[in-house]
Design a protein. Sequence first.
Length: 177
Amino acid sequence: MATSYKELLHEITTFFFDVDGVLTDGRMLISESGELLRTMNAKDGYAIKTALQQGFNICIITGGRNNGVKSRLEGLGVKDVFLDAHDKMKYLHQYAAAHDLKPEQMLYMGDDMPDIEAIEFVGLGTCPQDAIAEVKAVSDYISHKYGGDGCVRDVIEQVLKVQGKWNVAGGKNIQSS
């Protein structure tokens, strides 16, 4: 019998996220000067901060080069942001080796072709609802949320709830069933 993705949540210690199409909706506003502007969801930001506070690792691996994205993520406390990272497996392997991680401890969320190999490598491969068909086909979990619209919060919240580390009002932790 195949393992349910819910069973895999217990082992996760590290989250890897792509940016465009995951932390953003994939759309870009291009200014007159040529600067590419993106929006991120504050609920994803809250989940990222909570995961970091609870001792989880978060690593961003993106082919994009926007320093504004890096500044936003670093402002949330993310220390490992790899920009212009077109060979995502190179950075994934380097990070895993540096932190002595096994695949079953890693969750990766991506939405497009460059993410497929990473999704297949980690213990729990995930994607937003609006990921391309090829990514959905190899993902263990497809979020009900779209990229840039809470899909990051969805997976972080599920992991933290299963592990009894999700903060709620009054500082209490709750677990999901």
